[in-house]
Design a protein around this ligand. Structure first.
Ligand SMILES: C[S@@+](CC[C@H](N)C(=O)[O-])C[C@H]1O[C@@H](n2cnc3c(N)ncnc32)[C@H](O)[C@@H]1O
Ligand code: SF4
Length: 409
């Protein structure tokens, strides 16, 4: 996350190679907006986000103006590429803490996307939210503007765990935010983290039970990653906190599956469960299925037709580019067929619907061998394999990375 890939220097006009237009009729278009502000930084987080003292004079207002400039630039770049302009199927505001901005400011950005591109009918429009930053008025304003979904950073309900994570939100505000979002008519997702040093299995069960009691539409559960350069990494290195163990993560993943499924949710991606097919995150599915998306904002990544690029990281560098009417893209790369295939296996195997065995054999003629081992070891579903689809069992979900390595040979 903190590290940017290398790539080639991106052109200052942001124009894309003609190859990026190929096959675009088969792909949907999505918008991600990166809002790089947080009131305080949580000890485990290495996202591209800044507290006020780190912003080098960038204000929320100036940032917003530059975000709108990038939307205009994206329209020009995509118009130069395609004869027919696509509307956005989904929009996702992430961060950082998008809800650090006023609701009216988020609404203005959405309005601009609508007027420049248009949204597909029934478009999904999500914002991430820190529970301390939203109330009824805020969420009603978002719903009135066309937002359909809010994803709330709950992480845990256990105060000792929240403390180790350095979370400053008041756990009681999670229930308030969920209730306010529901009364505004928004779909609700909650994010949880498991495997925090010192978190017992019972602590994790308590967080899951609390999340389930909130009756959200969707739950995401992520294992805590110790990201290099974070306060958490320093605490683990110095021995102040224990390194989270793979066994603890696996036990907690199994508990999550058991409790969340028993409450009527189905997994549709390794870390994501939904109450119904209507409440899956269509935005995230678009990434996993390698559709096209424009990532707006500092450090945001984009992908259009096999060309991937990423923006300059700091909000002040981002501002400099856009004020000079230049693209904020720092570098880019064109994925060759082998890279595209690797990525497709990595992403699609994570989905409940899995990946076609014929496709796997087409990219690796030796794939039949590991597949028969996976079936024998109960890591993939035998019945699905007979009908030509490789789908993971719970055991396989715990070992996805190893399976991907074997499949790619
Ligand atoms: C940008 S944050 C969500 C919005 C808001 N900033 C908040 O934290 O409430 C996205 C999610 O990433 C997850 N996340 C961030 N750093 C992580 C890490 N090191 N390991 C696991 N999950 C992490 C958290 O679950 C968090 O809710
Ligand atoms: S987890 Fe969310 S609130 Fe905490 S620093 Fe990261 S982006 Fe900000």
């Amino acid at each position: 996350m903190a590290q940017m890939p290398d790539g080639e220097i991106a052109p200052r006009d942001g124009l894309l190679p003609a190859s990026a237009a190929l096959g675009s009729a088969e792909r949907t278009l999505h918008a991600y907006l990166h809002i790089p502000f947080c009131r305080v930084r949580c000890g485990y987080c290495d996202y591209n986000t800044y507290t006020s003292s780190e912003l080098q004079g960038v204000t929320e207002n100036s940032f917003l103006n530059n975000l709108l400039r990038e939307i205009t630039l994206s329209k020009n770049v995509l118009e130069a590429l395609h004869s027919e302009q696509r509307k956005f199927s989904t929009v996702f505001f992430g961060g950082g803490t998008p809800t650090q901005l006023e609701a009216e400011q988020l609404a203005l950005v959405l309005e601009t996307l609508k007027s420049e591109f248009g949204l597909e009918q029934n478009a999904e429009v999500t914002t991430e939210a820190n529970p301390d930053t939203v109330d009824e008025r805020y969420l009603n304003t978002l719903a009135d503007a066309g937002f359909t979904r809010v994803s709330i950073g709950m992480q845990s309900s256990v105060s000792s765990v929240l403390k180790i994570l350095d979370r400053t939100h008041n756990p009681e505000n999670v229930a308030k935010a969920v209730a306010a979002a529901k009364s505004a008519g928004l779909q609700v997702s909650v994010d949880l983290i498991y495997g925090t040093p010192g978190e017992s299995l019972d602590d994790w069960r308590e967080s899951l039970a609390t999340a389930i009691d909130l009756d959200p539409d969707h739950i995401s559960a992520y294992s805590l990653i110790v990201e290099p350069g974070t306060k958490l990494a320093r605490q683990v290195r110095s021995g102040e906190l224990a390194q989270p163990s793979d066994d603890d993560h696996a036990d907690k993943y199994e508990i999550a599956e058991q409790m969340i499924a028993a409450a009527g949710f189905d997994w549709y991606e390794i870390c994501n469960w939904s109450k119904s097919p209507a409440t899956v995150s269509r935005h995230n599915l678009a990434y996993w299925r390698s559709n096209d998306w424009w990532g707006y904002g500092p450090g945001a990544h984009s992908h259009v037709g096999g060309t991937r690029w990423w923006n300059v990281k700091h909000p002040s560098a981002y501002a400099e580019r856009l004020v000079a009417s230049e693209s904020p893209a720092l570098a880019r790369e064109n994925l060759d067929e082998a890279a595209k295939a690797t990525e497709r296996v990595l992403l699609e195997l994570r989905l409940r619907e899995g990946i076609s065995i014929d496709y796997l054999k087409s990219i690796n003629p030796q794939a039949a061998k590991p597949i028969s081992h996976f079936i024998a070891d109960g890591m993939v579903n035998a019945e699905d394999a007979i009908r030509g689809q490789l789908t993971l069992t719970l055991k396989g979900r715990l070992l996805t990375d190893a399976l991907v390595r074997d499949l790619l040979g």
